[in-house]
Design a protein around this ligand. Structure first.
Ligand SMILES: [Zn+2]
Length: 414
């Protein structure tokens, strides 16, 4: 029993140590290139912007260290202070052990553990992003985003939790298989419906207005046999000056979304190249592939929970009485990040391969990589991206290859 506690403690602290170590590698790497812009970026960005991107990277790194330490402290307090068994006692003695009460217990503790992160989010938005000229969020928007997120979790997450807890009773000992199937179906439904039901709660989406740009993009869609009525403009400038484009959903509800900030920054051929990249993600079936991959992960996860939920020592190690599956689900929920963290280099390597595939597709349909390279350079410049991350750091965390990596890969395609 005591060994479980130690093992958990070691995993949590090792994660924090790796995070801080990677951050310090990255910091030193950035500082080593800070005084003089590396030759490779001549003509890509100017010296003042480069200096600003260095300052932004360093500020984010310092803040990241504080945030990582803070969230580790919260996790340790949650796991080892006895607060969770106390809360479980409160719920089960006051309200009983029904699935709806246990779901409420999971929801309430989940919320309580996430609350200490809010001041960090606030600081990141209204101090850090503000300082570097990115923030356009007002406190009112910030609070209404929180409220909407909470309501969504209540409407979607709470019934899902209750259903899973009921499945434990209805379908034991195979509940983990049922729970996995239900969660997978739920995920598919959300992916399908998010573009029409959830994203519009937070942003305004409008079809791209008539004009040269629309003509050009529709022509690209035709060339690549992509149904084009789903090219939408999003009011990203409502929250931030960062610019982006993404592809979401599948089937009838799929959408390609361009931030209004992006449209303001790029030329028409560059925007066309960005859209070609997004169509590349669609053509290469990246969303279904990612869903398939994550569903295998969650199947393993649910099976492991079902095994641990049968072990008395697992409950006792964290101060719970065995007998109800809710605390086991809670513990796994709290610890899932500590476990999946170690897989992030693999997952990100996988995601970066998708980016290269989408880039290659774009270069092919644009008959050359020039416009895509132009777009990537501007995106990196306008977003003050770190142009010189430590290879370990970017390898561990980056879902997209760095600018130089992408340019090199594209150069190989000509
Ligand atoms: Zn992409």
């Amino acid at each position: 029993m005591i060994i479980v506690v130690w093992l958990t403690l070691v995993l949590i602290l090792a994660r924090l140590a790796v995070e801080i170590w990677l951050a310090s590698l990255n910091r030193r790497h950035v500082l080593a290139h800070a005084h003089e812009m590396p030759e490779a970026f001549n003509g890509i960005i100017d010296e003042p912007t480069y200096k600003k991107s260095v300052a932004y990277t360093l500020a984010k790194g310092r803040f990241g260290n504080i945030e990582d330490t803070g969230s580790t402290a919260v996790l340790l307090v949650a796991l080892f202070s006895g607060a969770l068994p106390w809360a479980f006692h409160l719920f089960s003695h006051g309200l009983g052990l029904s699935a709806w009460v246990m779901a409420a217990f999971l929801f309430a503790t989940g919320l309580a553990v996430s609350l200490p992160g809010w001041p960090f989010d606030w600081y990141a938005q209204f101090r850090l992003e503000q300082k570097f000229g990115f923030n356009t969020t007002t406190p009112k928007i910030w609070w209404s985003d929180r409220l909407k997120g909470l309501l969504l979790a209540l409407v979607l997450g709470y019934p899902l939790l209750a259903l899973i807890l009921n499945l434990v009773q209805w379908t034991a000992p195979w509940w983990w298989l049922w729970a996995w199937a239900v969660v997978l179906a739920f995920q598919l439904l959300i992916t399908l419906l998010a573009p029409v039901l959830i994203l519009p709660l937070f942003n305004k989406f409008t079809p791209l207005p008539e004009g040269g740009l629309r003509e050009r993009l529709l022509d690209l869609a035709k060339r690549t046999q992509f149904r084009a009525r789903s090219i939408q403009l999003m009011d990203g400038s409502k929250r931030s000056r960062h610019s982006n484009a993404f592809f979401t959903g599948f089937g009838r509800f799929r959408k390609i979304v361009l931030f209004d900030t992006l449209v303001g920054q790029l030329t028409e051929p560059e925007l066309e190249a960005v859209l070609a990249h997004e169509i590349g993600h669609f053509k290469k079936k990246h969303i279904p592939k990612m869903l398939g991959f994550s569903s295998v992960g969650s199947l393993v996860g649910f099976y492991l929970i079902s095994v641990l939920a049968r072990q008395e020592w697992f409950y006792r190690a964290f101060g719970f009485e065995p007998g109800n599956v809710a605390p086991a689900l809670l513990l796994m929920g709290l610890l899932v990040g500590t476990v999946t963290f170690w897989f992030s280099p693999l997952i990100h390597w996988w995601l970066r391969r998708y980016e290269y595939e989408a880039d290659a597709f774009a270069a092919q349909v644009m008959s050359g990589p020039q416009s895509l390279i132009g777009a990537l350079r501007k995106l990196n410049e306008k977003n003050l991206s770190n142009l010189t991350p430590h290879p370990y750091y970017s390898g561990f965390y980056y879902s997209h290859p760095t600018l130089l990596e992408r340019e090199q890969a594209l150069a190989g395609k000509t």
